[in-house]
Design a protein around this ligand. Structure first.
Ligand code: PNS
Length: 154
């Protein structure tokens, strides 16, 4: 039985995030989505809102919030591995360094899942920017996220 942790900000989750989580669910026995709660950052959505968005789109995943180190969250959740989605080379450079750090001091391995090409341009920050400027993001994010962004920005 292999349990994996999918950590991230998910502020908000995009269809790219959901695609990676769904493919983890199809691949591994147990998937825990871990939403970072960073007291020094001001997210657009509260951790409870982000948890609800992911839980609604991925009913077969467990969804938790965590503060502090991701390797501690993986240990506390009983996860064997961390899984991160990769959209391209820029992600790889950053994620490889984090994966090596997490293995070196935390003893937790990371596996990468290639983003589906149709989602490789998506990011939470671009989605928020487009929504804030009045663009239609309904094809890019789950329906409840699109609704929440629309309510916020009119
Ligand atoms: O969705 P994001 O913003 O790319 O997620 C980044 C996240 C939350 C996975 C990363 O910032 C993280 O692991 N934060 C926890 C703090 C930590 O463990 N830092 C050391 C990593 S080497």
């Amino acid at each position: 039985m292999t349990s994996v942790l999918c950590p991230g900000s998910f502020d908000p989750p995009t269809n790219g995030h959901i695609d990676v989580i769904d493919r983890c669910i199809a691949t591994f026995d147990r998937v825990v989505v871990a939403i970072v709660e960073n007291p020094s950052k001001q997210p657009a959505f509260t951790v409870d809102e982000r948890k609800a968005f992911v839980a609604a789109s991925c009913p077969d995943a467990e969804v938790i919030a965590f503060r502090g180190l991701v390797v501690e969250a993986a240990r506390a959740a009983g996860a064997d591995l961390i899984v991160k989605g990769l959209r391209g080379e820029a992600d790889f450079a950053y994620e490889l360094q984090m994966a090596q750090m997490n293995r070196s001091f935390g003893g937790v391995d990371t596996m990468f899942m290639a983003a589906s090409p149709e989602f490789s341009y998506l990011s939470s920050s671009l989605v928020k920017e487009v929504a804030a400027l009045g663009g239609d993001v309904s094809r890019l994010v789950p329906a409840d996220v699109a609704r929440a962004l629309k309510e916020r920005h009119g």
